[in-house]
Design a protein around this ligand. Structure first.
Ligand code: ADP
Ligand code: MG
Length: 317
């Protein structure tokens, strides 16, 4: 009865059975759902269309346009887009482990090896975005980094995966999911939420978006440096994963803004005492105020700390 109520609230979603809530954002709520014809589990991002103006609706369509182009193991896969009079639905691959954010809250901070595994996978996703498809994510943060525990990583692409075999979600009721803590499996990290992302060049042609030759210098300049915002964000994520609190914090928004503008952060003792000099160096290369001197994605991928092989390291999927 309750299920029917929930289902009735969401028109044009007949092929899916809504199960439980995975998370929510400003305009959205994300549910785990079952694709009834195949029995496969997915994530449905439900957006309240009736609360949006034209600009916000356009933004959702842009999010979908961007997601459709993407195909990478470390990026949440797009499955389908459904429109209804009251809601938009973005059906996506389900990242059953939930947010990396929840794991930080749970474990306070991660070991350097675990941080490396997470950041390496984020870097792979971002390299694909920046270098192959010309997209800047612009909202990289622990809430938008999802994961799948390694033992239930699906082997197939989510489109073909809408089949009953090798169901990655069968272990869903076996308690909470964690990754890499205490020598367990390592989760596959999935970058999600393309709601703020921006296309900087056309996929395939690698030419700038907009009419070539008519683009103003400030736009060209802006787009040249726009990728750097993701690198800064990765620096903030890495910092947070290593110590358990963010690099910039202040209760007053004005002082926080000033601190960020000046790049005013410290490796606070005692929390940072045990952290390697190489990890600190990597953080500082990312948290560099001047975008021209900040690490690019290729710099990060060749960083010594990121490439350090730990004694008990496992192959990253
Ligand atoms: P918003 O743009 O409103 O922030 P997100 O796309 O980030 O929306 O989704 C909100 C939250 O829903 C995420 O932070 C996460 O907890 C959860 N979520 C989103 N997509 C998925 C997914 N594919 N699998 C599992 N959980 C998801
Ligand atoms: Mg989000």
């Amino acid at each position: 009865e309750k299920q029917r109520e929930k289902q009735a609230k969401y028109p044009n979603l007949d092929n899916y059975e809504i199960i439980d809530k995975m998370g929510e954002g400003a305009f959205s709520v994300v549910y785990k759902a079952k694709h009834i014809p195949s029995g496969r589990f997915v994530a449905v991002k439900i957006l309240r269309k009736f609360q949006m103006d034209q600009v916000q609706k356009q933004a959702v369509l842009k999010e979908v346009t961007i997601m459709r182009q993407l195909s990478h193991p470390n990026i949440v896969k797009f499955i389908e887009f459904i429109d209804s009079p009251t809601y938009y639905y973005i059906v996506q691959e389900l990242a059953i482990g939930g947010e990396v954010f929840t794991q930080i809250v749970k474990y306070t901070y991660f070991s350097e090896d675990l941080c490396r595994h997470v950041i390496y996978q984020v870097a792979k996703a971002v390299r694909y975005l920046h270098e192959e498809v010309g997209i800047v994510h612009r909202d990289i943060k622990p809430e938008n980094l999802l994961f799948m525990p390694i033992d239930i990583i699906p082997s197939k692409d989510p489109l073909s995966k809408l089949r009953k075999s090798d169901d990655p979600n069968t272990k869903q009721d076996e308690g909470e999911f964690t990754f890499g803590v205490g020598g367990g499996g390592i989760g596959l990290i999935k970058l999600a939420d393309f709601g703020l992302s921006k296309q900087i060049w056309e996929h395939n042609t690698k030419t700038p978006c907009g009419t070539v030759g008519y683009t103003a210098p400030e736009i060209v300049r802006d787009e040249r440096y726009s990728r750097e915002v993701d690198m800064w964000a990765i620096g903030c994520v890495l910092y947070t994963l290593l110590c358990g609190f963010p690099p910039f914090y202040d209760e007053r928004i004005e002082s926080l803004t000033e601190k960020v503008a000046r790049g005013e952060y410290t490796f606070l003792s005692p929390w940072w005492d045990e952290i390697s000099i190489e990890a600190k160096r990597c953080v500082s290369k990312l948290l560099t105020v001047d975008p021209k001197r900040r690490y690019t994605i290729n710099d990060l991928l060749s960083d010594p700390w990121l490439n350090k092989v730990s004694a008990d390291s496992k192959e990253i999927p």
